[in-house]
Design a protein around this ligand. Structure first.
Ligand SMILES: [Zn+2]
Length: 101
């Protein structure tokens, strides 16, 4: 038997539930769980003449994992190492690469 005076279960969160949700969201933000931006992969040439990337046909280096995001209206680009990619990729919204292993 339920409590006859309480029929609004699940209708709206209580202040305590809202506070908990806010705490969880803040915790996720603090751990960098959801990062803005997009991941792209690009091939590059290095500065060494005679390297395979300057051969004919060229064999470019990469792909490098490039994380692009906007900070205060400016586009910021960062190249991620494989380790960083493994850490960041699940957290970057806009990434549709999925798991590789
Ligand atoms: Zn090269």
């Amino acid at each position: 038997m339920g409590d006859p005076g309480c029929d609004n279960d699940g209708v709206s969160p209580t202040p305590a539930q809202q506070a908990q949700a806010a705490r969880i969201a803040a915790g996720l933000a603090a751990t960098g769980f959801a990062l803005p931006g997009t991941l792209t992969e690009r091939m590059t040439r290095c500065g060494h003449p005679g390297c395979r990337c300057h051969a004919d046909p060229p064999r470019l280096h990469g792909p490098y994992h490039q994380w692009t995001r906007k900070i205060a209206g400016k586009t910021v680009t960062r190249i991620l190492t494989d380790d960083q990619l493994a850490d960041y990729q699940p957290q970057i919204s806009g990434s549709e690469c999925g798991a590789r292993r």
